[in-house]
Design a protein around this ligand. Structure first.
Ligand SMILES: Nc1nc2c(ncn2[C@@H]2O[C@H](COP(=O)(O)OP(=O)(O)OP(=O)(O)O)[C@@H](O)[C@H]2O)c(=O)[nH]1
Length: 761
């Protein structure tokens, strides 16, 4: 065995020191990384808890989060919402509608956003690019926000797993034909993944160290990446690594991805894959292209990865799809490792460098700030040659050193910084949401309170109407009915008492010969007047009833937007039985037929007889005596002459009396007929029965009308009560919400500060 030379021993001790140094520094770095990682894990868990709490607030108090729904990708806060005075509550006296939440954000109003000082949403915003939802209709936005919140939770869950995972996943992506596969192979210094294929690579190929597969080089064709388990052969199909090109080119079974276990024989210190510190996987992806499905799936893939290596074809610079991808990826990954490949094809290299760096400055400022470590101009294909040209070997080795450093030594930056970025963005969005919803709820409370106080007088008035007129409807009805009764009684009794005065001008006495006609007209006139009187009483009752209902209606109209409307016909036709006054009079008069006796007052005659019987006797006596006296005179008897004179006087008195009886015939008829009619009217109950009838009719129609009114009124009142109750509940909810958002907002603020202060450099 050859003894080691001095040079050998010096070299070996230098190497040992180097390895010891590497080991020591990597132990220290590991410990530091572990500490930072644990801190980050705790912050992720706390952010997740806040998302859960927000979801509870969202579902417990419906629609409150609607305010936040409209925060689009642009996140423009509609200044109207915060600055405009609340619109005057709708002038509704009986109905109190719950106003729809104002549309909070208009997706494209950058000025108003600036005016409010609210930043755009980065993580929870609507992505025009991803789903094209630039409309701001409430349903879509509510749905989008809920979806985004749910996505954020899943993302945090995956982040927890990813951060806890000691491996580092490196996504190699870029434009079509940028040289991604060539680059991966160059890192491995061997042809593993197929390059230069037609058609282009359409599969994700994850290259990992064969040590993860019992040191066996193999390819696993995986139909469903989410189910892949190396220990479960049902979740993949194994292939020899030698036929990888065919598998990729054919992809007959339609694999979702390939896992390529490959051996990297280079020493740990230089190999990216096989480095002795962290298990690294290199994911060769399909190139970005206009196929949005593939781009979307690549975006999903990039959430699971720690480092992005972006291949740019030096000849093409950044394409539109490349820029879009980097801008989206940049929301989380502040640092992107950029490889400008095929640089050998460029003639004016300085100019090309300048132009590409200017583009990077715009796309990823932090990457640009560390361009010397993160941006590399190489020609990867030469690294697969046995003796690569020095120029390209040097630039690629420099790239490798920096990539190793980025993945291994600067793991805090490459692995933890994306998590920090995401948390910062998410917490920023949550802070905006909390501020917005807090403000929105403050407005909502003010708006509801204004609505409640504006509608309170009308509502209280309705309650008073209910108490005064409807709860005690019987009293209201009785008052009107009693008034109608009293009026009828007064009118009819008054009529009965002085019926003569009503008819004396109406009927003319046509002498003894026309006394029958006179009596009939007299009778008819009385009943006609009676009918008119009755009609007047009924009209009064109707008028009083209409007045009563109209009075209640007017009161209702003063406090109700659509007051109940009673069908007045039921009231106005209360006493209509189809008969005219003449008909009524005729009907009544039928009960009082005229008789001969009505023309002679026998009672009077008897009285007269009693008083004037002596006179009559005297007439008779006078006639008879005159006869005797005459005979006595002829016989010369003087006493007889005196008697004769006396008897003559008596006779004349008797005749006068008879003539007087005839001349009193009209009074007799008046007295007899009117007396008879009065007796009939009293017995028929003109006063009592009709007063009662009218009062009863009044009660009946009022009951019907008020019942109808009550029904409608009650409905509106209940409606108003329900709406007021709803408003009170909404206000309570808004108050609870406001407090919740304030409390959560404070938590978000504290957590955000801690996240910002985490030092990963
Ligand atoms: N001149 C030159 N050509 C290169 C370089 N790197 C790769 N190429 C060529 O570029 C072409 C595409 O290379 P690939 O590695 O297949 O590119 P890719 O990005 O993986 O392609 P897709 O996956 O299909 O998008 C091949 O013909 C390579 O030989 C380079 O550094 N210089």
């Amino acid at each position: 065995m050859r003894a080691p030379s001095r040079t050998d021993s010096t070299a070996s001790s230098t190497e040992e020191v180097f390895h010891q140094h590497i080991a020591a520094s990597s132990t220290e770095q590991n410990a530091q990384f572990a500490e930072r990682r644990d801190k980050m894990l705790s912050l992720i868990a706390q952010s997740r808890a806040i998302l859960d709490d927000l979801s509870v607030v969202e579902s417990a108090v419906d629609q409150t989060m609607i305010g936040s729904q409209s925060i689009g990708q642009q996140g423009a806060f509609d200044s109207q919402v915060l600055t405009q005075a609340l619109p005057p509550p709708t002038h509704q006296t009986n109905s109190v509608p719950v106003r729809a939440m104002p549309t909070a954000y208009s997706a494209h109003s950058a000025e108003s956003r600036a005016a409010e000082g609210l930043p755009p949403l980065t993580v929870l915003g609507i992505s025009d690019a991803s789903d094209g939802l630039s409309t701001t209709t409430g349903d879509i936005e509510t749905h989008v926000l809920s979806t985004k919140m749910a996505d954020a939770k899943h993302y945090l869950d995956r982040l927890l797993v990813r951060i806890a995972d000691t491996r580092s996943r490196v996504l190699v992506t870029g434009d079509l034909n940028g040289g991604k596969s060539t680059f991966v192979n160059a890192l491995l210094r061997r042809q593993v993944v197929p390059d230069d294929q037609q058609p282009c690579t359409a599969l994700f190929a994850e290259v990992v160290d064969a040590s993860q597969n019992n040191d066996v080089e193999q390819v696993h064709g995986i139909p469903d990446a989410s189910k892949y388990n190396r220990d479960d052969p049902f979740t993949y199909t194994p292939f020899s690594i030698d036929i990888l090109r065919e598998v990729v080119e054919d992809n007959e079974p339609g694999y979702e991805m390939l896992k390529v276990y490959c051996r990297d024989t280079r020493p740990n210190e230089v190999s990216v894959l096989h480095n002795g510190i962290v298990d690294v996987s290199l994911i060769d992806s399909p190139g970005l292209n206009i196929d949005s499905m593939k781009t979307t799936s690549l975006m999903a893939q990039q959430e699971e990865i720690d480092v992005i290596v972006f291949l740019v074809n030096a000849e093409n610079h950044f394409t539109l799809s490349g820029r879009e991808f980097l801008q989206n990826a940049g929301r989380e990954k502040a640092y992107i490792f950029i490889v400008v490949n095929r640089f050998d094809q460029i003639r004016r290299k300085d100019r090309c460098k300048r132009e590409i760096l200017t583009q990077i400055k715009d796309i990823s400022p932090l990457t640009y700030n560390h361009a010397d470590q993160l941006v590399h101009f190489v020609a990867a294909k030469y690294m697969l040659e046995k003796s690569p040209p020095a120029e390209w070997k040097e630039s690629f080795t420099c790239l490798e050193d920096n990539l190793r450093s980025f993945i291994l030594e600067k793991r805090s930056r490459s692995k933890l910084n994306p998590a920090k970025m995401y948390l910062k963005n998410l917490l920023g969005d949550l802070s905006t949401l909390c501020t917005y919803n807090h403000t929105l709820n403050t407005f909502r409370i003010a708006e509801i309170s204004a609505q409640l106080s504006e509608t309170a007088p009308a509502h209280e008035r309705m309650l008073r109407i209910k108490e005064q007129f409807l709860d005690d409807a019987t009293r209201t009805i009785d008052e009107t009915a009693n008034r109608a009764h009293a009026f009828a009684r007064d009118q009819l009794s008054n009529f009965l008492e002085s019926v003569e005065t009503y008819v004396e001008q109406d009927v003319e006495w046509g002498g003894i010969l026309g006394m029958w006609t006179y009596a009939r007209e007299l009778r008819n006139a009385v009943y006609r007047h009676a009918a008119v009187r009755l009609r007047r009483c009924e009209d009064f009752a109707v008028k009083s009833s209409v007045g009563c209902v109209k009075n209640i209606e007017a009161m209702a109209a003063s406090c109700m937007e659509t007051p109940p409307v009673v069908d007045m016909a039921v009231v106005t036709t209360a006493f209509e039985d189809g008969s005219s006054e003449a008909g009524r009079a005729a009907a009544m008069s039928m009960f009082v037929p005229l008789e001969l006796g009505d023309f002679f007052d026998f009672v009077d005659k008897v009285e007269i007889c009693r008083e004037y019987l002596p006179s009559l006797g005297m007439v008779l006596g006078g006639v008879l005596g005159y006869h005797g006296v005459t005979r006595g005179i002829w016989r010369g008897d003087a006493t007889m002459v005196k008697g004769k004179t006396a008897f003559l006087g008596l006779s004349l008195a008797g005749v006068g009396l008879f003539l007087y009886s005839l001349s009193d015939m009209r009074n007799v008829v008046d007295r007899k007929v009117l007396g008879k009619i009065k007796t009939h009217l009293v017995s028929a109950g003109l006063v009592d029965a009709n007063s009662e009838r009218i009062a009863k009719g009044t009660r009946r129609v009022l009951r019907l009308a008020i019942w109808e009114f009550q029904n409608q009124f009650q409905r509106v009142l209940i409606d108003s009560q329900v709406k007021r109750q709803g408003l009170v509940e909404s206000r309570t909810s808004a108050e609870m919400n406001k407090d919740e958002f304030r409390a959560i907002g404070a938590r978000v603020g504290t957590l955000r500060k801690i996240v910002e202060d985490v030092d990963l450099d």
